[in-house]
Design a protein around this ligand. Sequence first.
Ligand code: MN
Ligand code: MN
Length: 467
Amino acid sequence: MTKKKLLIHGGTVVSASDVAPYDIVIEGERIAAHGLSGAFDPASFDEVLDATGLLVLPGLVDPHVHFDSPFMGSKTVHDFHSGTAAAAYGGITTVISFSTQPKGSSLLRNLYEHERKADGQAYIDWSIHGILLDSSEQTLLEIPELVEAGVPTYKCFTTYRHSDRLMDDDSMLLVLRTTAESGGMLMVHCENDAILEYRLARELDQGHTSWIYHARSRPRSAENVAIQRVIDLMKEERAPVYIVHASTAESVQIIQKAQSQGDPIHCETCTHYLVLTEDLLNSELGHLFICSPPLRTQRDLDALWRASRVGPIEIISSDDAGLPSADRTRLSEGRFDKVPNGMPGVEPRLTMLYTEGVKKGRISLPRLVSLTATNPARLFGMFPQKGSLAPGSDADIVLFDPDIGWTMSAETLHMNTDFCPFEGRDVFGKPKTVLCRGEVVVRDHELIGTPKHGRRIVRKLDRSVID
Ligand code: MN
Ligand code: MN
């Protein structure tokens, strides 16, 4: 069977390093060639996509979503079907979700169960991260098997002792050692559990139950000290570490200092920490903005943008973990500490970062591509298959119309929820057409793909990138 030949012509191609007027040739699932605009004869192609006036980006990679995941008595709004549909509308062609196992159960078995939930359901490509809840003999034995199985990244928590998820120092050292030996990378949710529990008790003692006390009870210091502790433990067992959702001004300084000393530490922030502040918790619907770490202040937001421009932030993820608003309201019983944490965000990410980042001059277009596509692919072991427009890479491509001005709203987005954290914001730019491995998944703002298209991506980390 001859491969279908597709030409994207007349667009402005943006890579992690350049912005240039290129035409792109796709053969089957892969990118086959580039040429300056007009280099190829449209008549010799099976299909031609006119990208005049559009930005042509590598398909985005969102390495931090929670699909089909039970949490705090509720369940995330997105499964692989609805989540990958919303992601495709948002210009994403690969997601990495987390599989959370019941304590004491096998990491691998849980991973396979999670994969079955994705199989045949995803419009775009996908992969999974493991989650480590302990350093039991079984967990340590399974880490190398996980890495072998194409799942070389897994997350642990420095908090949530009350739900038995806390990884203490002793355990962390063992996990770091196994990570170093097996060629994996440990992801860490950093908030110091003792500070959180102490503050929580103090606020509740004083009768403080309104939403804003979620932020008061999870101070920056708790995040900062937890990140520093991981770095200190890395001095004992040198292994690659990825700090998820850095949210404070100090966190990025701490990480930068460790990097400058040669520690193999990496970090991300998330869209909402770059756009929203804790003031939102002061409203009646403030509970819908509860996430952990909490939204911070303008000072943190400004610092995170600087760190996104020049480092140490390498990736901006969505941490899509939306929960049904009705569940959040009901389960909260009017108290901040009972609200299931997490917000949806997989679809708005590109438009929000383009609007707040590129249009406001905080980051360049190539940097936007680095932060949302190229770096996630590189750090999580999928480059150059993903995150790249080079010949040979998967034909994952977004035709982004930068000139569309619109108002963000849950009503017009395609996420499976009535809540959008960026509701009412005037934004610029919208993905118009999205290809995943050469297949058009979204055409002219309409989802036309099939949930059978998405494929599991086997990942292998590149030591020269993460060490
Ligand atoms: Mn987290
Ligand atoms: Mn998360």
